[in-house]
Structure formats: structure tokens, C-alpha cells
Design a protein around this ligand. Structure first.
Ligand code: HEM
Length: 499
């Protein structure tokens, strides 16, 4: 049985810090490598680990984690040979033209419009706004700061004060630590975990084998899908960055579990994908209201909510429509122990094209049997750590207009960005062919802003005697920033201070 080295793993990947309702993600540049390494040689001790305290009084009221971009590791002085040992998608980053095409980051979602993460630093680009010209400097690292006021659990305002006080303390040392702040974004959670469209989120998560968490065996996934240095779902060790050219104090690093005889920079670390996804709540609910209105044109709230649930795969309460196909049972639901093959093989309850079923088809992948499907699904899972940004707003058929920009600061952990996050976004999310569907992208993450000439973007609801098609899906998400990060272990952080 796998046993994770929890004290060497940064906590966010395992623990999620759900009780810490307020967080700030600070994107920084390294301006002085020597000063930054000196800072790192002390600050690794402040990083929160995955060791779980059951006694709440022992839990610190602030948590801190750190992640680096490829450019960040280069800025610290890692040799080229060692930088080259990272996987291609991490080396290229999220904004290469190829990756933008793959991820659908075009038109308003193109990196040139982003607020952060577009590394071009090209102030001649006339399409950039003044704001983005200033902000789109290359990002080297992200500090993740979380706060919780233990006296008032579930109080966002109090948590915010704790978080921002900690941020001010850290910020006071940025300049002398060779760090320059480029941008920050605040991420919040709600006690019921609803995102801005009004649906409960973050329910279905894989359980990392050996993490101590318990749940359905179908959700238990080999640690190597998320952490380097452990076997993955294929029974091999994930492609981990190794030290190819001698550098720094390698005594701090473990030997490559894969048996190469080299030291492993990746062990107990992961890749963190972050994307700032603006949500157009008004467009989302206006579309649903229009497509479900009464014959006389008036709002049919019940039908609108039902269509929303079919698009998402869960009711707003979180209850899966596979088990509750007709009506939202109402109370907050965490139910996740279900498959599609037994309860809904023909998609008559939860459409094949729903966001939930596309991003994790569970035991029902195309024509593969149950066992094979579960195996395949487990090879494409991610650990989601999304937080809300903007004013807290709960969308519904009658509540559609938040005051300012709102969205999801999407974040996920995976050991293989290409096979996990990118596969979900591109293959399962964007490609129109799933089961017998032909013109159906994922209605939340796969819709194009401007479909090609003659291209349709529909949502098919499997029904008897014939399917129903909802036409002209609008794109309700705009990408506003993003980057691929390496989320190192505590040992690797100590090592990086010595390179
Ligand atoms: C603003 C954008 C998004 C919204 C509003 C959204 C919303 C949701 C909601 C409400 C759920 C159901 C809750 C749950 O099962 O935990 C869900 C599940 C999920 N989403 Fe998203 N999501 C967004 C973006 C993404 C992206 C970019 C990906 C990956 C590329 C993704 C992957 C998933 C996965 C894997 C699940 C769980 C499916 C399962 O295991 O059954 N989502 N999402």
C-alpha cells in the first residue's frame, strides 16, 4: 500500500483548505536571483504541508504555498539541462500559439487580452489595453496565501482580514527578497461551495491513494497521477524532472524511484494549472430562460433550472441528476457515489454532453465496458482547487446580473498536464463527438465564441422517442489569465535555494 510522505508535500494539493474562505494568489517576478534564493532558504519553513491536524486548535490561522513557472526556475539559475528535463507542455507554458489553439484561447480569450500570464512583455502590441501592457510581465512564481479566523468559522470578512494581514507581512519583504509583485487575484469560497452560475462545485474529487482520505473505491486513484515519485494508473512512475547536470546540494533530493540513478527534483511535487475564467452569468441564464420559456414567452423558472442542471450534470444543490432526474431535492448534496452504466446507460437522465459527464465519464466511456471505462476515466482525472473571484454572486433564472466582473479562478493539480488537464479541455471538452453526438462541445468549457462557417454548437438532450437539440450555445467563459506552474516538494524548495 502506497504511503505518501505528507510532511514533504505542500498542503494545497491534498487538503484544499476549504475552511479558509479567503485567499490571495500573488504572481511575482524574480528580480535578483541571489536574494530570492536567500529568501527561499528561510521561507521553505513557512510553507504549509499536507500533514493533517485533526485538532483544530493546532491548525495555523494562515497557510502559505508556492509554485514556479518554467521561467521562474530558469531565473533562479537552474541549468538548461535540468530545465529541459521538464515535460514539454510545462516548458512551453500556457501561451504558446500551439497551446492557445489547443485550449481554445482565441478571440476574446486570446493571451494578448489577458491580465496576467501572457509572457510576451511586448508593449508595442497595439491590441493590448493600458492595463494589460502594464501587467503582462513574465511571471516567475505564485505565492498562495490563505486565511481563517478560527473564532468565526465560515465568516468570509473575518477570514479576509486574517489573509490580507498575512499578505502585508509577506509583502514587506518582497523587495529585499529579490521579488517584484506583478499581479494578484483574490479567491473566495462560499460555505455551500456554489460557483457564480449558482451550482455547488468541488464535490467530485479523486482520492489520492495513500492520502488517508476515504470514499468510494471508484474514486481512489494512484498517487502518481498527481504526485511525482509514486506509481500512476499505468503502473509506472510519472515523467518526473530529474537532475541531469550536477548542480546545488543534491543531498536534499531523493533518488529517482524509477531507477535511473539520478536525483529527483519532482518527487512529492506536482503541476498546478491556473486559469482565470470570467463567467458571463447574465448570458448563461438569459440563454437558458430563452430556451425554456413558456409558449406565451414568459419565464418558466422550473424548466430553466432543469435545463441548467442538464447542462451541468447536477442541480444547483449539488444533487446529481443521474439519481434525481426530475427535481432538485433541494438540500445541499455531496452525493458522488454513482456511475452511469447502471443508472443511466442511455443518457436519458444526465445527457452525454453535460459538463459533468464529459469531464469524467466514470464507468461509461463510449462503448468500453464498466471496468475498462473506470480504468480509462482514472487516467484523466484532476484535483480541482477552484476559488471564486469578484463579488460573491449566486446566479439563477431571476438573478443574472452581478455588479462587476465575476469568475472562477480555476486551479487543478496533475502530474501529466497533457494527459490530464489538456485532455479534458481539448478532447473531452472541445471535440464535438462524444457517444452519438456530433455538434456538441462541452457547454461550459468547450464553446467557441465565433463558430466556423456552417458550424453548429448544440446541446443534445437524449430523449424518447427522439432526442431534443438545444441550438446555438453561447460562450459563457472568457479566459483572462493563466499559467502552468511546478508545485515543488518541501525538499525541492530547500534544494532550489542552493542552485
Ligand atoms: C467557469 C468554468 C467552470 C464552471 C462554472 C464549472 C462548474 C462545475 C460544476 C458546477 C461541477 C459539478 C460539481 C462537482 O461535481 O464537483 C463541475 C465538475 C467538474 N468540472 Fe467544472 N467548471 C468549470 C470549468 C472546468 C474546467 C476548465 C475543467 C477542466 C478542464 C473542469 C472540470 C471538471 C471536472 C473534472 C468535474 C468533475 C466531474 C466528475 O468527476 O463527475 N471544469 N464543474
Amino acid at each position: 500500500m502506497t504511503k505518501l510522505e505528507l510532511e514533504d508535500i505542500q498542503g494545497y494539493i491534498i487538503r484544499g483548505y476549504a475552511h479558509m474562505m479567503y485567499s490571495r494568489f500573488v504572481y511575482l517576478q524574480i528580480t535578483d536571483a541571489a536574494a530570492a534564493k536567500k529568501w527561499l532558504s528561510k521561507s521553505w519553513e513557512d510553507m504549509t504541508t499536507a500533514v493533517h491536524f485533526h485538532d483544530r486548535s493546532k491548525i495555523s490561522d494562515t497557510h502559505l504555498n508556492i509554485a514556479f513557472t518554467h521561467l521562474g526556475l530558469e531565473s533562479l539559475g537552474l541549468y538548461q539541462e535540468n530545465l529541459d528535463a521538464f515535460s514539454r507542455e510545462f516548458r512551453q507554458g500556457m501561451v504558446s500559439p500551439h497551446r492557445s489553439r489547443l485550449l481554445g484561447d482565441v478571440e476574446s480569450s486570446a493571451p494578448k487580452h489577458w491580465k496576467w500570464g501572457n509572457n510576451s512583455d511586448d508593449s508595442k502590441d497595439s491590441e493590448k489595453t493600458n492595463e494589460s501592457k502594464h501587467l503582462n510581465k513574465p511571471i516567475h512564481l505564485c505565492l498562495m496565501i490563505f486565511g481563517n479566523d478560527k473564532k468565526t468559522v465560515d465568516n468570509l470578512e473575518k477570514d479576509k482580514i486574517v489573509c490580507l494581514n498575512y499578505y502585508e507581512k509577506l509583502k514587506a519583504e518582497f523587495a529585499e527578497s529579490g521579488l517584484k509583485e506583478i499581479y494578484f487575484i483574490d479567491g473566495q469560497t462560499q460555505p455551500d461551495n456554489k460557483e457564480h452560475f449558482g451550482f455547488r462545485d468541488g464535490i467530485s474529487q479523486p482520492i489520492i491513494e495513500g492520502s488517508g482520505r476515504v470514499g468510494s473505491k471508484d474514486d481512489v486513484v494512484k498517487a502518481g497521477e498527481f504526485l511525482f515519485g509514486y506509481e500512476n494508473e499505468f503502473g509506472v512512475y510519472p515523467d518526473t524532472p530529474l537532475i541531469i547536470k550536477d548542480q546545488g546540494d543534491q543531498n536534499l533530493l531523493a533518488q529517482d524511484a524509477g531507477g535511473s540513478g539520478l536525483k529527483d527534483l519532482g518527487r512529492n511535487g506536482s503541476f498546478l494549472v491556473m486559469r482565470q475564467l470570467e463567467q458571463d452569468v447574465d448570458k448563461f441564464w438569459s440563454y437558458l430562460n430563452e430556451k425554456s420559456k413558456n409558449p406565451d414567452g414568459s419565464l418558466n423558472k422550473e424548466e430553466s433550472l432543469k435545463l441548467g442542471a442538464r447542462i451541468m450534470g447536477r442541480w444547483q444543490s449539488g444533487a446529481p441528476i443521474t439519481l434525481f432526474p426530475d427535481k432538485d431535492p433541494g438540500h445541499t448534496s455531496d452525493i458522488n457515489d454513482f456511475g452511469y452504466s447502471k443508472f443511466d446507460p442511455d443518457g436519458l437522465k444526465c445527457p452525454f454532453g453535460s459538463h459533468l459527464r464529459r469531464t469524467n465519464p466514470r464507468d461509461s466511456v463510449d462503448d468500453h465496458g464498466v471496468k475498462e471505462s473506470l480504468k480509462l476515466s482514472k487516467q484523466h482525472r484532476i484535483i480541482r482547487r477552484a476559488r471564486l473571484y469578484g463579488e460573491i454572486f449566486e446566479g439563477s433564472p431571476t438573478n443574472k446580473k452581478p455588479k462587476g466582473e465575476v469568475g472562477l479562478l480555476f486551479a487543478c493539480f496533475n502530474a501529466d498536464i497533457s494527459r490530464q488537464f489538456e485532455f479534458l479541455q481539448y478532447t473531452w471538452g472541445k471535440l464535438p463527438k462524444v457517444k452519438e453526438l456530433y455538434n456538441d462541445p462541452d457547454p461550459i468549457i468547450g464553446v467557441k465564441e465565433k463558430p466556423d462557417e456552417g458550424e453548429e454548437q448544440n446541446f443534445t438532450i437524449q430523449d424518447l422517442p427522439v432526442n431534443r437539440t438545444i441550438h446555438d450555445l453561447p460562450r459563457v467563459i472568457t479566459v483572462k489569465g493563466g499559467a502552468y506552474f511546478f508545485f515543488p516538494s518541501i525538499s525541492t524548495l530547500r534544494y532550489l535555494a542552493t542552485v
